[in-house]
Design a protein around this ligand. Sequence first.
Ligand code: FES
Ligand code: FES
Length: 155
Amino acid sequence: MKLTLTINGEPHEADGVWEGESLLYTLREHLGLPGSKNACEQGECGSCSVYLDGVLVCACLVLAAQAEGREVVTVEGIAPEGGLHEIQQAFVEAGAVQCGFCTPGLIVASHDLLARTPRPSDPEIREALAGNLCRCTGYEKILDAVRLASERMSR
Ligand code: FES
Ligand code: FES
């Protein structure tokens, strides 16, 4: 099956996509976009979070075929060319990145949160990131990072 979609603002085509293939697999294995991580492949960890037509989804739960003709934004599309997004910078500075496996999903989910709620309360941050699991940081530094990004982005 051939798939045509827009990713990070650019048109893309993928050939040889299997009908049962997930969008996550297509992004990583057919389109050279390994930023979205595959940690559970069951919708449990959030490490594969992407936007599909502006809505945050777990790419492992979306069939690639469902993305035909639609717009996908991955973590690669959030960072400006050659640099880091303010959220990514805040994660680095706050020490919220350890093994980094959860980080791309957390960046996309935090981006979604701050677009909707520029100055979120701690409960709002916790709720927005509840679907993103991290086995390393204990979450406090992730909260610090989102608070820092929120402060900087709201100036
Ligand atoms: S890999 Fe998609 S939610 Fe875990
Ligand atoms: S930094 Fe390792 S899982 Fe979050």
